[in-house]
Structure formats: C-alpha cells, structure tokens
Design a protein around this ligand. Structure first.
Ligand code: GDP
Length: 820
C-alpha cells in the first residue's frame, strides 16, 4: 500500500513536470525499497511541497500565453486542473493513509508502552511493597527498642526514626522518576508516569516527610550546636516533690532524661538507679541543678480530711493525766504499776483483774489518773518517735537500795526531751539497805533537784511491795496534774494514740488506743497509721464492753483491717472511702520512704561504712515477739548493745510466729533468729534445720539482751541450752477427778519424755512453761512416748489446755555457746 502511495506521489509530481515525472518514475521503480524511508522525510514537509507547485502552476498561465497557443494553453490548463484535482485527491488519500499509519504506529507504540508501563508498574509495586515491608519491620524493631529504652529518650526517638525512614525511602522513589525522564518524550507517557507516581501513594508523601525530617534534623543539629542548655532554660517547671520520689518519676516531672538525672545524682555522690526512690532533700538538690522550681507537697491531699480543728476554749473540759512509769531495770516499775492497780482500780475488785490492755485508770479522790501499763523506755520513745506524745507526767522509779543507774539517766533525758514533768518515786523503801537520801543527792548530778533538796521535782518514798507511800505518790500525781491544767474537748470526733497492738487469734487485729481528744464511739470509722477500720467493739481496762471512750480513756478497739503499730495516731473520719484512701496513701508513702532510706546511700556513706567495717563487726539478728511492745523493747535494747568494735543490727523485727520468710532472711545474712515467747512454725523449723539457721527462744527479755551482749563482746561461755526433743498435739481434753485436766495427745514429732520440760503453745505463742504431772499410755504411766503414738499428758499446776494446742517437749543441756 505504501509502495503505491509512493508511486502516485512521484507520478503526481511528474504530472506537473513530465521530465521529472519520468525520471522520478524510473527512480521510483528502481528505488522501491528506499521509497519508504524517503517517504517518511517527505511526509512532514509535504504540505509545503504540495503548495509549492500550485503557485508555480498558477503562475504558468500568466507567463505562457505569450509562446503557446490558446488550445495548447487550454489543453494544458485542463491537464493541469485534472492533475491538480488528482493531486488534491491523492494528497487527501495520502494524508488519510498517513494518518492511518500514524495511528497504527501510535497504537502499536501505545500497546508496547502500556506493556512496558504495566511491567514497570508491577516492578515498582513489588519494590514499594518490599520497601514498605522493610520499613514496617524497621519500625517494629525501633518501637521495640524504644519500649526498652526509658520514656524521655522516647521523645527523641520517633523524631530520629521519621528522619531516617524517608531518607531511606527517597532514593528508591527517585529510580522510577529517572526512568521516566529517559523514556518520557510524549505527554501521554509523562501523564502515565504521573498517574503511576500518584498511584504509589507513598511517593509524594515520602518526599514531603523527608523534607520535614531534614528540617527537624537541622533544628536538632542547631540546638546541639548551641549547647543543648537553651531548651532547658526555656522551660522552668514547677516540680511537685513529695517526701520521696523514684528517680524515673523525678525525671518525668522535670521533663529531663533519666540518664541525665542519674548522672547528676552520681556527681552529687548518690548512686541510684532509675527505679530507686530518693528522699526529698536529695531530689530538691537535683531539681535546682536542672534549673527547675521545687514545689514541696506535704503529706498528700488525702490527709486533709483529717481536720485539725483548734478547739474553742469554752468547749474544753478537764481530762485525766496520762502517766508513764520509767526507771532502771529491776527498780520496781512493774511492781509499782501492779501495786497501784491492785490498790486503786476503779472496780475495787483488786487482784481479780487480769485484763491487760496496756493502760489502766485509777480513781484518786474523784479524779481519774491514766497509767500506761507499758513500762520501759521503749514504748515511750517509740511513741514519741512516731509523733504521739501521750504522756503528761513521768514517774521516775529509783530503787532506794540501789543508785541512779544508766537507765535512770536515760529516763531523765527522755522526760526532759519530751518536756514532761517528772515525779521521783524512791522505791523499795522497805528494804533495810534503803538510802533515799543517796538517791536524792545522786539525782542532783543529773539536774534533777527534788523538793527535799529545795528543788521543784516532787519526790515520794514508796514501797511497791507493802504499799507504803502509794497514796502520797498518787496525790503528788494529782497535784502535778492540776498544775498542768490538762484539757480536751470530748464533743468532737476522736483522735488518739495506739499504745499496744497485736493480732489476736480469735478477735483479729486489736489495738489499745488512748483517746487524746474527742470521744471514740462504737461504729466510728477511723484511720490509724497505715490501717483503717470501723469500731466494732470497745473494751475498757476492766474487760467491759463500752459504747464510747472520752479523753484520756484507754480502750481496746476491735474492727481494724490490719495491725497498727504502737505510737500510730488514730483519727476518726467521715467515710470508709476516706479512711481507706488515707490508709493506702500512708502505706505507699511509708514503703517509698523505707525504700528511699535504704536506696539512696551516698558514696560518702558507703565509704564511711566500708571504712568502719574494716574494724567493726556487725552482728545481724532477727527478732520475733509475741506482742509489739516486747518486739520494740528488744529492738531498742539491741540497738544500744555494742562498742567500737562490734554492734548489733536488727535486720527485721515483728510480731508473731517465726516463719519461713524470716528464716530466709536470716540465712541470707547469716543471722540468728530470736523468738520471744513465740515459736517457729513447722515449715520454718524444717527450713532452719536444713539451712543451719539458729533459732533461739526466750521468755525473759533480759536473758535475751544478756545473751546478745555476751555474744557481741565474744564472752559467750558454756550455757544451758534447750534441745527440743518432741512435739505433741492436743486432740482432746478430759477432766479426770483427782488429776484435773488431762490432754489426749498425739506425739507428732520426736519423743515425749516424762522427765523433760514442757511448754504449751497456742498458735506458736508460748502460753505456759513447766513440767509434766503425768505421761500416760493406755492408762499406764510411761517414761517415753514415741512419735506417731497417742498419749495422755497433764501439766503440773496448769490447767488451761485446749484441743489443737501444741505441747513442746524440751530438755536442757550444757553446751558451748555458738552465737557469734
Ligand atoms: P522493773 O524491772 O523495774 O519492772 O522491776 P520489777 O517490778 O520487776 O521489780 C524487780 C524486783 O524488785 C522484783 O523482784 C520485785 O519483787 C522487787 N521489788 C519491786 N518493788 C519492791 C519494793 O518496793 N520492795 C521490795 N522489797 N522489793 C521490790
């Protein structure tokens, strides 16, 4: 077809100039093949070429008429017209054909292009997908890394990531662009590329993001170049600072990096990790160092519900004084307290009262006096340490046949420190060796000037044994009390202090509370230390249930959710929710404080300790006791033991049976466990045996103190030591006439021996210690009963036995002391 076209074209031209035509013709024939290539070139200039002959032809008639005949001219003109018409026809045909060809070509090109595009698209999509996958993977990895790292660096991390990710993406996206540029000569193509790019949704966005990342990168670089401090100075934060704060939290509140805070702590000589708590003073230093403002927050706002109402003068009424008896060991504190109670107890049922709630009231000529029945300095000081000053008057007991002793001096110092007036009771005046004046003069050395020495401190000579001077002592107390003008407002919600607390087997946690202000009533909701509760029952010092207790009245409070500690303050609040909230807050705060005290050891302290440790031996011990009071008394006594070379460290102290946890702690520190009137439970005993942890039981505090003292000074000599040879459980209790109560027992461990010593344990607490009156097996009196066998046992002079009680059988032997 194209060949024909070529011929015709040439022919046409030939039509205009015959010579040429022929020539062209022959050329056209011979150059058949070439025609096409030429045609291509011809196609474009063709309209020009087509027009060119026209003026030539049109010009001819004007020029020719001179030399040619009209006929000839007509013929020629006709021929010319015909040729012209043919030419126009041909041109149209050619154009159509050309167009067709062009279209064909375009179609083919488009097909090829579409194919190519498709391929490219596929390739790009694959690439994009691969890239996307990789990016996601990286993001996940980075997220994981971030999660592992601390939050503040996490702030920077996403920035770094977004900067890095587009940077990685950019070259990948440029590739297709480059390819486009090379091939894209037509708009079609370009538009195709654009569509493709747009189709790749990431393309445009990626470029934008990478720009943003670049900007951020630059910003950061600039900030870095400026030393990085600019940012910090810009934002000065008010940092809320509680009593102790975890390093991480401190960093958060300052919006600083944890690492920087830890570093700053280190430069201040405090080694603490991000999860450790530091105390407020240390934290304050750090906050100031970072240029922030410290806002100390007092005991959280939850405590605000405990209103510290200042009582109106007109609401105040006189209240009984609270008296603590202090003095040196064996000078007669307990005897004196007992004597006063027995002589003066309100019920008048002297001697018949066995109820011990840690305090009691006596009636002195119509006015009441409240005595704290927890002699010793332990209670006094531990209460003061907790901020509960309950004592109004101190009775200092000094034995007339002895002298002013170390603990006497201690008591004087305590009373002075607490600014509590003192009354000196010179005891044991009945003793032949009694020399009260010596006591008076001795006291002078300690700035205690008694009335008889023209001083202001009242002194009374007494005898706790035969009751001499008791009345005078009580009078002296009332007189002192009058001078103090003690007052309280009974018509307000109660506030008091815990004197003693313990976990009672039958009744749950029980606290003896001395009401200091207001009136505590049954049903009151209260918070006490880290515990809270609702008063289920109030029991007074005579064991009677009462509905309320006013100022200076000691009562046992039932209905606590946990056991508080001596010295804890009780406050009545409106709702259970408040009580619970405060208790929980306090528990948390106490935990943090303890952690802070343990954790934030300064380098200096560590060094000092290490230095000390070169020549100081520390003897760690664990103490478990039957009641809080004993435990505290022991701990305080322990803390005083020691000299420059050795000291005792109480790792842990608590109330209740010795448990496996205690043994674990003891084993870890190589410490012995001291049980005061308590026993290890079965699993603790086994563990102790396995781990070689020494458990020592005591029922007299001074024995315990003496042993530890001796051990601490390396003076332990041979001792009488107890070996537990067996345990028996009481299954049933029988009443046998002539014998009394007999326990039907099963020997659960070891052997029961008639000659051995026995103790009665109730819930691992020692109830009685003594000997056996009888050991029977099937009605026969036997010397021994082996483990797994049943037997009958009865105690000498003791009857209060119950099923489930445990009988501990022990023997004494003399052994070398091992405690060191
Ligand atoms: P505490 O350690 O201060 O509590 O002293 P105690 O009350 O346990 O008394 C120690 C010892 O001194 C006991 O054996 C009492 O019997 C004895 N005792 C206490 N007061 C007197 C007293 O007034 N006269 C005599 N003769 N002995 C007393």
């Amino acid at each position: 077809m194209s060949e024909d076209d070529g011929k015709k074209t040439l022919g046409l031209r030939g039509g205009a100039r015959p010579g040429n035509v022929k020539q062209s013709f022959s050329h056209g024939r011979t150059k058949n093949v070439v025609v096409e290539t030429k045609r291509k070139r011809v196609v474009v200039p063709k309209p020009g070429a087509g027009n060119a002959p026209a003026p030539t032809v049109g010009g001819d008639p004007s020029r020719r008429p001179a030399g040619i005949s009209d006929n000839e001219m007509d013929r020629r003109l006709k021929a010319l017209q015909a040729a012209k018409a043919r030419e126009a026809e041909d041109a149209a045909k050619r154009e159509a054909a050309e167009k067709e060809r062009a279209e064909e070509r375009a179609r083919r090109r488009e097909e090829a292009e579409a194919k190519e595009r498709e391929e490219q698209e596929r390739a790009e999509r694959a690439k994009a997908r691969a890239e996307e996958d990789e990016r996601k993977k990286r993001e996940v990895e980075e997220a994981a890394k971030l999660a592992a790292a601390a939050p503040p660096p996490a702030e920077d991390a996403p920035r770094g990531k977004s900067a890095a990710a587009p940077a990685r993406k950019a070259p990948a996206r440029e590739e297709p662009q480059k390819a486009n540029r090379n091939k894209g000569r037509e708009d079609n193509r370009r538009s195709g590329k654009l569509t493709l790019n747009q189709a790749l949704s990431g393309g445009e966005g990626g470029r934008q993001r990478s720009m943003a990342a670049m900007k951020r990168k630059q910003d950061r670089a600039r900030a870095k170049a400026m030393g990085g401090t600019v940012e910090r100075e810009k934002v000065v934060r008010d940092v809320q600072l509680p009593e102790s704060i975890v390093v991480q939290e401190l960093a958060n509140r300052m919006a600083e990096r944890v690492a920087d805070v830890v570093k700053s702590l280190m430069t201040n000589g405090i080694m603490a990790t991000q999860n450790q708590a530091i105390d407020a003073d240390t934290a304050e230093l750090i906050i100031e160092e970072f240029g922030h403002k410290v806002v100390r927050v007092s005991d959280a706002d939850v405590e605000d519900v405990i209103t510290q109402i200042e009582d109106d003068e007109k609401d105040l009424e006189a209240r009984p004084p609270v008296i603590t008896v202090m003095g040196h060991v064996d000078h007669g504190k307990t005897s004196l307290l007992d004597a006063i109670r027995n002589a003066k107890v309100v019920s008048g049922e002297a001697g018949g009262i066995t109820q011990h709630i840690g305090a009691y009231q006596v009636d002195q000529d119509g006015t009441k006096l409240t005595f704290l029945d927890t002699p010793g300095h332990a209670a006094f000081t531990s209460m003061r340490a907790r901020g509960a000053q309950v004592t109004d008057i101190v009775v200092l007991v000094v034995a007339a046949d002895d002298a002013v002793m170390p603990q006497t001096i201690e008591a004087i110092n305590h009373a002075k420190a607490a600014q509590v007036p003192m009354i000196v009771a010179i005891n044991k005046i009945d003793r032949p060796a009694a020399d009260p004046n010596k006591v008076r003069t001795d006291l002078l050395q300690h700035e205690v000037i008694v009335e008889q020495m023209s001083g202001e401190v009242q002194d009374v000579e007494v005898s706790a044994i035969n009751g001499t001077g008791l009345e005078q002592l009580l009078e002296a107390i009332s007189l002192q009390s009058e001078l103090l003008e003690l007052k309280a407002n009974p018509n307000r919600s109660a506030m008091g202090a815990v004197i003693e607390a313990q976990l009672d087997v039958g009744r749950g946690p029980v606290a003896t509370v001395l009401v200091q202000n207001g009136t505590l009533k049954k049903g009151d909701i209260f918070v006490v230390g880290e515990q809270w509760g609702k008063v289920r029952a109030l029991i007074n010092d005579q064991g009677d249930r009462v509905d309320e207790a006013g100022p200076s009245v000691p009562v046992e409070v039932l209905g606590l959710n946990g056991t508080p500690e001596a010295g804890d303050v009780l406050n009545v609040v409106d709702t259970e929710a408040q009580a619970r909230e405060i208790a929980e807050y306090r528990e948390k705060a106490a935990k943090e404080k303890r952690a802070a005290a343990g954790a934030a050891t300064s380098l200096e302290q560590l060094m000092a300790k290490a230095k000390e440790d070169e020549n100081v031996t520390e003897m760690p011990i664990l103490v478990k006791a039957d009641v809080q009071g004993s435990s505290e008394a022991i701990v305080q006594a322990m803390e005083k033991i020691g000299n420059d070379e050795v000291r005792v460290r109480v790792l842990h102290s608590g109330v209740g049976a010795i448990t496996e946890t205690d043994i674990g702690l003891a084993e870890a520190s190589g410490a012995p466990v001291f049980g005061f009137n308590v026993r290890a439970n079965a699993s603790a005993r086994n563990t102790a045996n396995q781990k070689g942890v020494e458990i020592r039981y005591y029922s007299v505090i001074y024995d315990l103190v003496d042993d530890v003292k001796a051990a601490a000074s390396g003076l332990l000599s041979a001792e009488i030591r107890e070996n537990f040879i067996g345990y028996a459980e009481i299954k049933e209790v029988f009443k046998v006439t002539g014998v009394g109560k007999v326990a039907g027992c099963l020997v659960t461990e070891g052997v029961a021996r008639r000659s051995a010593g026995v103790r009665l344990l109730r819930d691992n607490v020692v109830i009685h210690e003594g000997t056996l009156k009888t050991l029977k097996r099937f009605k026969d009196e036997v010397a021994e009963v082996q483990s797994g066998q049943e037997c009958g046992m009865a105690f000498e002079n003791y009857d209060d036995i119950r099923p489930q009680d445990v009988i501990e059988i022990f023997e004494r032997e003399e052994v070398e002391r091992t405690l060191d």
